[in-house]
Design a protein around this ligand. Structure first.
Ligand code: HEM
Ligand SMILES: *[C@@H]1O[C@H](CO)[C@@H](O)[C@H](O)[C@H]1NC(C)=O
Ligand SMILES: *[C@@H]1O[C@H](CO)[C@@H](O)[C@H](O)[C@H]1NC(C)=O
Ligand SMILES: *[C@@H]1O[C@H](CO)[C@@H](O)[C@H](O)[C@H]1NC(C)=O
Ligand SMILES: *[C@@H]1O[C@H](CO)[C@@H](O)[C@H](O)[C@H]1NC(C)=O
Length: 369
């Protein structure tokens, strides 16, 4: 009886909220939305997917996702750096901000997104966050990110020095993020982004050098591979001024950032890092929550409008956990966290091949940016 009563109550509550929840018909006459402010994003979504992302988790998605960091962390709670966070300043003041050393390579993402500002009536800050959330939905395994609309256009550029660099120490990275409002755990959560990341700038003569063996899927492989013993640098090129350290798969063209290496092995962050090695659901929950924060740095969240219904649901992954790339095994793990390391299977046989560019380019090193 009690059970039946509560089921009826829940059903009535759901009915009541559905009845109060009017959808508006958008000016396009086709789509409906919970709020009229979301309407403009339908056409923007189609335009991005068709004309920039090709509905794939490729280079332009990676670059758009990276922009959320380089825009959002231009913010300081203590006033050490100018900047209003996730406000689109990296696009609106690109002449200034893309020249900062930490922002090397961000001009590609800015150039790719800027035409969408003239074609759609949205602000630069909304464009960056929306493009990243829509783009990430093309990456199998990724969480479906939140998207709030209504960030005002930036009025000032962010200051130089606000964005951490791959050469930086853990102390410096954690204190800079703390000043931008992020805990050390949140820094590690955000780095799940590097599972769909490649460098265009750090290895001279080579573009799109991946950070893990699966740069087109949002899986936990990155958290495992950064913990493995490094054996060399890809293409035998070592002149990046401390940004790069040895990777475990140099012959497959994989590189490793010094900052990722150090954060994976620092006593303050190693356990948070290790916790995600075999836990896709945890990694996704962590990343979802940390991205919600990154996307709203410096914004009055209460004045933004929830348009998350515009973000597509990403495809699921068939592979559920990381495994040791061929030629590596548990003895290659450089473990700092004292918790038991998860038992993972190992690939056997031929060396792991890192997939070619999604546009069909055969030579990974020549992937267009
Ligand atoms: C300690 C903090 C971080 C450092 C030092 C760092 C550094 C870097 C560097 C050096 C690259 C290669 C850029 C290039 O040469 O093209 C890169 C790529 C990337 N980063 Fe980070 N990053 C950090 C945090 C983040 C965060 C918080 C995000 C986003 C949430 C992010 C997302 C990305 C993505 C998606 C790429 C790939 C871009 C591409 O493939 O074109 N990073 N990062
Ligand atoms: C652009 O959007 C703003 C609010 O988001 C609105 O006030 C303005 O009228 C729109 N402009 C055009 C040309 O539609
Ligand atoms: C924001 O800036 C862009 C680029 O200058 C412009 O196209 C857009 O209309 C601006 N939006 C608002 C609301 O001011
Ligand atoms: C790369 O160069 C740095 C600085 O000269 C050096 O410490 C490091 O061992 C070198 N790494 C490789 C793989 O040669
Ligand atoms: C890892 O592989 C090496 C040989 O490459 C082997 O000597 C070692 O016993 C293996 N360790 C484990 C834990 O499987």
């Amino acid at each position: 009886m009690v059970l039946i009563y509560s089921v009826v109550t829940v059903a009535l509550a759901a009915f009541a909220s559905a009845a109060n929840y009017r959808r508006v018909t958008c000016p396009d006459g086709v789509n409906t939305a919970t709020n009229e402010a979301c309407c403009v994003f339908f056409a923007l979504r189609d335009d991005l997917q068709t004309n920039l992302f090709d509905n794939q988790c490729g280079e332009d998605v990676h670059e758009s996702l990276r922009l959320t960091f380089h825009d959002g962390v231009g913010f300081s709670t203590t006033g050490a750096f100018a900047g209003n966070g996730a406000d689109g300043s990296i696009i609106l003041f690109s002449d200034i901000e893309t020249n900062f050393a930490a922002n090397a390579g961000t001009d590609d993402g800015v150039d790719a997104l800027s035409p969408f500002l003239t074609r759609h009536n949205v602000t630069a800050g909304d464009l960056i966050q929306f493009a990243a959330a829509v783009g990430l939905s093309n990456c199998p395994g990724a969480p479906q990110l939140q998207f709030l609309a209504g960030r005002p256009n930036a009025t000032i550029p962010a200051g130089d020095g606000a964005i951490p660099q791959p050469q930086d120490s853990v102390d410096s990275i954690l204190s800079r993020f703390a000043d931008a409002g992020f805990s050390s755990n949140e820094v590690i959560h955000l780095l799940a982004s590097h599972t769909v990341a490649r460098s265009d700038t750090l290895v001279p003569g080579h573009q799109a050098v991946p950070f893990d063996s699966t740069p087109f899927t949002f899986d936990t492989q990155f958290f495992l591979e950064v913990l493995l013993k490094g054996t060399g640098v890809p293409f035998g090129i070592n002149n990046t001024d401390g940004a790069e350290v040895d990777s475990p798969l140099p012959n497959q063209g994989e590189m490793r950032l010094q900052s990722d290496f150090a954060l994976a092995r620092d006593s303050r962050t190693a356990c948070e890092w290790q916790s995600m090695v075999d836990n896709q659901a945890l990694m996704n929950q962590n990343f979802f929550t940390a991205m919600m924060k990154l996307s709203n740095v410096g914004q009055d969240v209460n004045s933004l409008i929830d348009c998350s219904e515009l973000i597509p649901s990403p495809a699921a992954l068939t592979k559920k956990e990381a495994n040791f790339p061929a030629g590596t095994n548990a003895s290659d793990v450089q473990q700092v966290c004292s918790s038991t390391f998860p038992t993972l299977s190992a690939d056997t046989g031929a060396p792991t091949t890192i997939p070619e560019c999604p546009d069909g380019d055969i030579n990974l090193a020549d992937c267009p940016s």
